[in-house]
Ligand binder design. Structure first.
Ligand code: ADP
Length: 444
């Protein structure tokens, strides 16, 4: 730029000098003429190159770029370099895009790129296969017009994409798809589809196997248990010297029967995705059952108190909820030493309904808490066995609560006690009219 300005200055200086010399040698008219012609030539040159530049911009090709003269030589050279850099980065960009497209096409999972309005921007061949899309025809179409599943549409509208959803394919027989939306950029989304048919089959086989084995074991165990009990009750049938072996056999058969029953319960829960009946449950009746069982199990070894909002009912499957809430109470009794206390409560917290069991028992170290609902996870194996545990109780509780859109919250302090809370969403609560509120605490 600096250079161009100097050049313009020297050109102007030359013209003025020549004009002055002509004035001195000839006269002022001739000098004015020389000056005027010089200025007109100068402007005409500029106009010519501006026109050339505009012409070139209509069809910008590096091969046809004008060379220019004077200061225009510099201008064209600058544009040439700029254009070369631009076309080099364009080439790099488009080859990167091609590489990305090839890689995405080679993915076994379907990938659909959605814009802020859920319109399809791009998809790879597996997505075309899974979801029946066509990259040629469907770009710019709303995904909800093409994936016409109410579950998918409500998932897309929910804006909660933490977990994927499973869908039976409406196009491919015996195919189950897992769909997950991943938001990115400004309102953009990636829709990932995965064929999980094989996984589902294996999972189905595993569930069937456990259910069948448990079922097959139930009858022989009942027979063995029954005979052991009969023999044990018969006078003189069991010699005193072998009585302790008999007791051990009975205890172990009982444990195996409980295990088989718990495995069957889990299989039943897993094999039926929805609850069998969804009715309003009389919370008073349910709490009395739970309290009676707690008293029976505790056998006066603990102080058990109940505080319940009796105006608040719950909807769901009675048998399942009885099993889940009873399990939490029975755990509290089994893991609280004699003399400890257990407080059961049922009340609202915000919009949720919370059933909680607070004990002054052994407590659980923090590192175990997240794993308690895994099958057969026990903090202390011998303690669980001593108290007749199977290691499946909390797993069953979690399954039942999930089926009721509820969750299990666990708070515990090692050596001080634990609070297990079943938190039910607003949709599962029924506020009874004309009922007495806050029943006073009962003590057993
Ligand atoms: P288990 O049949 O062994 O009791 P659960 O699934 O019911 O199996 O519980 C898993 C583990 O969680 C138990 O083994 C026990 O260590 C721990 N646990 C459950 N409830 C309590 C509680 N109230 N206090 C202390 N530990 C508990």
């Amino acid at each position: 730029m600096h250079d161009i300005r100097w050049r313009a200055f020297w050109l102007g200086f030359l013209l003025v000098t020549v004009s002055l010399v002509v004035w001195a040698v000839v006269d002022e008219i001739a000098a004015l003429l020389v000056f005027g012609v010089g200025v007109v030539l100068y402007l005409t040159t500029h106009l010519y190159w501006i026109h050339q530049l505009l012409q070139w911009f209509n069809k910008p090709d590096l091969a046809t770029m004008p060379l220019g003269t004077g200061i225009w030589e510099d201008v064209f050279a600058a544009i040439y370099h700029q254009q070369r850099r631009y076309s080099r980065s364009q080439t790099q960009l488009s080859s990167a895009l091609d590489r990305f497209r090839h890689a995405a096409s080679a993915l076994p999972d379907g990938v659909v790129l959605l814009n802020g309005h859920d319109l399809i921007e791009w998809c790879n061949p597996p997505a075309e296969r899974h979801l029946g899309l066509s990259m040629k025809q469907d770009v710019g179409q709303p995904i909800s017009y093409l994936v016409r599943s109410s579950d998918f549409i409500s998932y897309l509208d929910s804006h909660d994409y933490t977990d994927p959803i499973k869908l039976k394919s409406w196009r491919l027989a015996d195919t189950t798809l897992e769909l997950q939306v991943i938001p990115f950029g400004v309102n953009q989304k990636l829709l990932i589809s995965r064929d999980i048919s094989q996984l589902e089959k294996v999972e189905h086989m595993r569930r069937d196997f456990i259910a069948n084995v448990s079922h097959e074991l139930r009858t022989p165990l009942t027979v063995v248990g029954g005979f052991l009990e009969t023999l044990s009750d018969m006078d003189g049938a069991v010699p005193d010297s072998t009585r302790s072996y008999f007791d051990m056999m009975q205890e172990q058969t009982g444990r195996m029967r409980r295990l088989v029953e718990d495995l069957l319960t889990l299989s039943q829960l897993e094999n039926s995705p929805t609850i069998p009946q969804d009715t309003e449950i009389d919370i008073n009746a349910l709490l009395s059952m739970v309290m009676n069982e707690a008293r029976g199990l505790s056998n006066d070894r603990h102080t058990i108190t109940l505080e319940a909002d009796t105006t608040l009912n719950l909807t769901g499957a009675l048998e399942e909820l009885h099993s889940a809430l009873g399990n939490l109470v029975s755990n509290a009794i089994r893991y609280t030493p004699t003399g400890g206390s257990i407080h059961i409560s049922w009340k609202t917290r915000g919009t949720d309904g919370v059933f909680s069991v607070k004990d002054t028992g052994l407590g659980i170290e923090q590192q175990h808490i997240d794993r308690l609902t895994e099958r057969f996870y026990r903090v202390d194996r011998s303690r669980s066995r001593e108290t007749g545990g199977t290691g499946l109780g909390l797993s069953i509780v979690k399954h039942i609560l999930t089926r009721h859109q509820a969750r299990l919250d666990i708070e515990s302090e090692f050596g001080k006690g634990s609070t297990f809370s079943a938190v039910f969403p607003k949709a599962r609560l029924v506020h009874k009219a004309n009922a007495t509120s806050n029943q006073p605490a009962h003590t057993a």
